[in-house]
Design a protein around this ligand. Structure first.
Ligand code: GLV
Ligand code: MN
Ligand code: MN
Length: 400
């Protein structure tokens, strides 16, 4: 008997929907399960019970990543935390697919599969925090002092899971890591294709910037005497878009996604603006050139407008290529289960696989995202496509 005969797509979908019920946003199929929130911890407890019921040994590491361990062999999974306004599949898909495949394998007499849900992939405290620490990209000590947008430290947040936490899981027991995920972009959906096999994952840089001017009265302060922090951000953004033009490619992206204006009142000239500055590209050199341009544009803006400039720690992950052996097992399975309806592609989203690649061979498989929407309650994928991706990953695991 092989795991393909015991694989149960209905059970997989039922588990996915059960997890969606934990932290459900009430808007579409969306979820609100940011790392270490009550809903995230409840989701992790639910997962631990499902892993135990499948016969896996459950171990939670000091960061809160949940492992369901079998005998030495492949590790499967992703993350169950979500963005502050997240979709039901981002991360959850890879964890539940891993759970179903490991469970089906055990029913078929094969115990060498393990499953993981990494903590804080969505970067409440940085970038793919749980796997970055496990993979050795970031020390726990350094990570502990990282703060979220409200000033809470990772150390304080992870203390909320202290009753579950044990030791770090030894990576040497795993021969490779396979992560299923939704594409989170438009390409498969637009082409009417059912599956993507990932070739590489882009790199990222992310830092927090603060511009400080002079808070003042919005009625009495003449425009030429203002040191308006928000105007500083607006000017910087225009300058940056112009300066980056000659350096970027059509696949380079940059985002100011979180902005906090202080004191955020209609009749006060803003004294402080603090914002996230993130950029991504498949080429490390380009990421570095962009950093230089960003820092220069910030400093010119601050000087020209009489603002002071502070930048937080620069977090980053380098671009990573997938392992050719694992990838070709996924490609053969894709051709068998979705003939002519799949492609190899780059990932513009970050994934735990980037960090795990420091420890072992990794590969990824994508299901399409309807209208390319993700990091939004509206994120969705046809259930038929979810099941096709499940079968492809199971067939690849079977072949390996
Ligand atoms: C992960 O969710 C990312 O931002 O790519
Ligand atoms: Mn994800
Ligand atoms: Mn995400």
């Amino acid at each position: 008997m092989t795991l393909m005969t015991t694989l149960n797509p209905d059970r997989f979908l039922a588990d996915l929907h059960a997890l969606r019920g934990i932290g459900a946003s009430g808007v579409g199929k969306g979820v609100i399960r940011p790392a270490y929130s009550d809903a995230d911890i409840a989701g992790r407890r639910w997962l631990m019970a499902r892993m135990a019921a499948a016969g896996l040994r459950v171990q939670v590491d000091p960061v809160g990543s949940v492992f369901g361990l079998g005998d030495p062999g492949l590790l499967l999974g992703s993350h169950t935390d979500s963005q502050p306004q997240g979709g039901w599949l981002d991360g959850a898909l890879g964890v539940i697919a891993g759970l179903e495949i490991a469970r089906a394998a055990r029913e078929a007499g094969r115990n060498d599969l393990s499953v993981v849900s990494f903590q804080d992939e969505e970067g409440r405290f940085g970038v793919t925090t749980g796997s970055a620490i496990w993979g050795g990209n970031l020390t726990l000590d350094k990570a502990d002092s990282l703060t979220d947008h409200t000033g809470t430290t990772l150390a304080d947040a992870r203390a909320r899971m202290a009753d579950l936490a044990g030791a770090f899981v030894e990576p040497a027991q795993f021969s490779g890591f396979i992560e299923m995920h939704i594409e989170q972009g438009p390409w498969l959906d637009q082409a009417g294709e059912n599956v993507g096999v990932v070739r590489d994952i882009v790199g990222i840089r992310d830092m927090r910037v603060t511009l400080r001017g002079q808070q003042n009265h919005a009625g009495t302060t003449p425009m030429h005497l203002r040191r308006d922090a928000f105007q500083g951000l607006a000017g910087f953004n225009t300058l940056l878009n112009d300066r980056l033009r000659n350096v970027v490619t059509p696949s380079t992206v940059w985002t100011i996604g979180h902005v906090s204006v202080s004191p955020n009142a209609s009749s006060i000239v803003p004294g402080t603006v603090s914002f996230s500055m993130q950029w991504r590209d498949g080429d490390s050199d380009r990421l570095n050139r962009m950093e230089a341009i960003i820092r220069e544009a910030l400093s010119e803006t601050a000087t020209a407008r009489g603002l002071t400039l502070e930048t937080g720690p620069l977090l980053g992950l380098e671009p990573v290529a997938m392992d050719t052996r694992l990838r070709s097992a996924l490609e053969s399975a894709a051709e068998a289960h979705a003939p002519g309806k799949w492609r190899t592609m780059s990932s513009g989203a970050l994934h735990d696989a980037t960090n795990v690649a420091r420890l072992m061979p990794v590969a990824m498989v994508f299901a399409p995202s309807i209208d390319g929407i993700s990091h939004d309650f509206a994120e969705d994928t046809a259930e038929e496509d979810l099941c096709t991706a499940l079968k492809i990953m199971a067939a690849a695991v079977d072949a390996l």
